[in-house]
Design a protein around this ligand. Structure first.
Ligand SMILES: [Cu+2]
Length: 140
């Protein structure tokens, strides 16, 4: 089964390459040579652990404009994970089941992350930060 799937994959890749090669001359002429589309940006995945009364890590760095996936788990009780400026607010269940939050990294700046589910005496201090930095030539 796996072997068959791999084989089909190779055939498809071959076909696509052939099609693209056949298609190229006309398209290149039409667009004046600018036929290479930028590769889709890979998703930046970050693992976050919520626990009384902090997030680990306390600072999440992302690059403005890149697709981000946060995988948030609780190591004890129910917590919340909110980024008010981005209108993100998720409940993180106890038991460690991951909550996946996907978004596009916002413009450069600091965005506060706060617990949005009352979780005990330190709830109000349970904060972290999303730090978005401007893209540079090296990571574009
Ligand atoms: Cu809390």
């Amino acid at each position: 089964m796996l072997r068959q799937t791999l084989f089909m994959g190779l055939v498809m890749a071959g076909l696509l390459t052939a099609l693209r090669a056949a298609d190229d001359p006309g398209r290149a002429a039409h667009k004046g040579g600018a036929q290479t589309a930028p590769a889709p940006k890979p998703v930046h995945e970050l693992q976050v652990v919520a626990g009384r009364f902090a997030y680990e890590p306390a600072s999440l760095q992302v690059v403005a404009g890149e697709p981000v996936r946060l995988v948030v788990r609780s190591k004890d009780t129910v917590h919340g994970f909110s980024i008010p400026k981005l209108k993100i607010d998720e409940r993180v269940p106890k038991g460690g089941d991951p909550v996946v939050i996907e978004f596009t990294a916002p413009p450069a700046g600091r965005y506060e992350i706060a617990c949005s589910e009352f979780c005990g005496s330190g709830h109000k201090q349970m904060k972290a930060a999303l730090i978005s930095v401007a893209p540079t030539m090296t990571n574009q």
